[in-house]
Design a protein. Structure first.
Length: 504
């Protein structure tokens, strides 16, 4: 492994060895080979045990030594095969032990890797432990891709140390469709906090007018928007997480844990009471004029972007660029179809000129709502994942919750939610219900056209076919929106294109 990046750190005691093993569990991914070398008593077994228990999120997990069995398999969130090659007779026997299959399916954790000689993959992560005084010196040699992940988890550990949590236990929580990841952090008080790992990324290729996709679609690229929106929501009495500590340069945030309950049951079905409370919370939000410029630090003011014509059309174009070719077996939309579709959207966006506009959270739906049973009023509805918030038609967020992209909202519940929202807004001076419903239909159509293309893109470009299960629901929601008279031209176009089947 000559020439690979080397990381060196000192572990002063057994507790730090255990924490390092837990940190490695957050860094490794499917296909990684972790090769642990060192003399007897150097700490290989302690490190392996900590790694496996963290991966299992079980501090009491039994981790027997594979010295005699040679390999021990663990079915965890990522499968792990723990190899001890001390008694391996011949390096070629590694194949018979199922090493290649285990590596393809998960992570291989290998003690005494030197016995295998050249049979281990060239891109392995080599970790050497040596006694140094009262502690241990750890030297890590790994290809840059893996080394970067390890440096990242060590940077997060340093962040937690600086935040006053040097002994915090860290556990994988979740990742989302973006490049953000989340950890559960437990300090000495046993209170759970949430760590958002949001690494800064280089700009992608230009997609429109020389700008990359995040800039055109107003996708947040750093932590400032999240902190700004969280602060303003909390000031208005909404249940957004408190930001305890943030490193803007490295993209690391330590947040309040709002809870674990959501708005769907164990079968993934909508819980009506919780959806109704969420809609009431949204109606309350829309009564508040949210400032577009929010001071975050002494040197930074976040300007909430407008949901402008360019962003709306680029999102709506996904149905042209991805859904139609998939629907037609690879045949792209014709120039005439494309031009007509985009012209229709220009007209529909013109109709939004007089729509009610305020803060829209952008993805106000089941994955981003925390149910807080012990609270009352709007505090029962925990709000997360709002960093991409914009100023635009408020009807967009109502469409996103009453037509939840990941949950089938039955027609009866849909109507109840719409009635709840409108009844809460009708008493307001200046609220124009007919105008609002028109903007709701346009925003619903825009969102569902985007999603109909996005599900295909996630499958074909990103290798994530599971999102296609949402397609029938998305097209059903689109059909509902298309019933509004203002959307007649789009409805006719969608019928001719075969996206929806009838004009009713």
């Amino acid at each position: 492994m000559t020439g690979t990046p080397v990381i060196s750190l000192f572990l002063k005691d057994e507790a730090e060895t255990i924490r390092f093993g837990e940190d490695l569990a957050l860094a490794l991914k499917r296909g990684d080979c972790l090769a642990l070398s060192g003399d007897l008593g150097a700490g290989k077994s302690s490190l392996a045990r900590a790694f496996l228990r963290a991966m299992a999120d079980d501090d009491e997990l039994e981790v027997p030594s594979p010295t005699f069995t040679l390999v021990q398999a663990y079915e965890l969130r990522i499968p792990v095969a723990h190899f001890d090659l001390y008694r391996l007779g011949d390096p070629a026997e590694l194949t018979e032990l199922g090493f290649d299959e285990a590596l393809e399916d998960g992570i291989c954790l290998v003690e005494w890797p030197e016995v295998a000689r050249d049979e281990l993959p060239a891109d392995r992560i080599a970790v050497k432990l040596e006694q140094e005084g009262a502690g241990r010196r750890v030297t890590i040699a790994a290809p840059e891709k893996q080394a970067a992940r390890i440096r990242r988890v060590l940077a997060i550990r340093a962040f937690l140390d600086d935040a006053g949590y040097p002994r915090a236990k860290r556990r994988f929580l979740t990742g989302d469709a973006s490049l953000r990841a989340y950890e559960a952090v437990y300090a000495d008080d046993e209170k759970r906090r949430i760590l958002m790992d949001w690494p800064l990324l280089p700009e992608g290729p230009p997609v429109l007018d020389g700008k990359p996709y995040p800039k055109v679609a107003h996708i947040a690229e750093n932590a400032y928007p999240f902190v700004a929106i969280a602060n303003v929501l909390r000031q208005e009495g909404f249940a957004a997480p408190e930001v305890y500590q943030v490193d803007y340069d490295r993209g690391i945030l330590l947040l309040e844990d709002l809870g674990t309950d959501g708005v769907v049951d164990a079968q993934g079905e909508a819980i009506a009471e919780r959806y109704r409370a969420s809609v009431a919370c949204l109606a309350h939000l829309h009564k508040h004029a949210i400032p577009q410029d929010i001071r975050v630090t002494d040197s930074h003011v976040h300007h909430i972007p407008d949901f402008d014509r360019t962003a709306m059309k680029m999102e709506a174009r996904l149905v042209l660029d991805w859904h139609l070719p998939w629907k037609r077996g690879g045949v792209a939309a014709s120039d005439a179809e494309r031009n007509e579709y985009l012209a229709i959207w220009d007209s529909l966006i013109d109709e939004l000129e007089t729509a009610e506009k305020n803060l829209l959270l952008r993805d106000f739906h089941s994955p981003n709502i925390i149910w807080r049973e012990s609270e009352t009023g709007i505090a029962r509805v925990g709000l997360i994942d709002f960093q991409d918030a914009m100023i635009g038609p408020t009807a967009y967020d109502l469409a996103s919750i009453v037509q939840d992209a990941r949950v089938t909202i039955a027609p009866e519940l849909f109507q109840q939610l719409m009635d709840d929202y409108l009844s809460l807004r009708r008493a307001e001076r200046g609220f124009d219900e007919a105008r609002f419903l028109k903007s709701w239909a346009i925003m619903s159509a825009q969102r569902n056209c985007k999603l109909a293309g996005l599900w295909v893109r996630l499958m074909e470009r990103d290798g994530k076919p599971s999102y296609m299960k949402h397609m029938p629901r998305t097209l059903s929601y689109l059909s509902v929106a298309l019933q509004h008279e203002t959307l007649a031209p789009l409805r006719e176009w969608c019928v001719r294109a075969g996206i929806v089947t009838t004009e009713s």
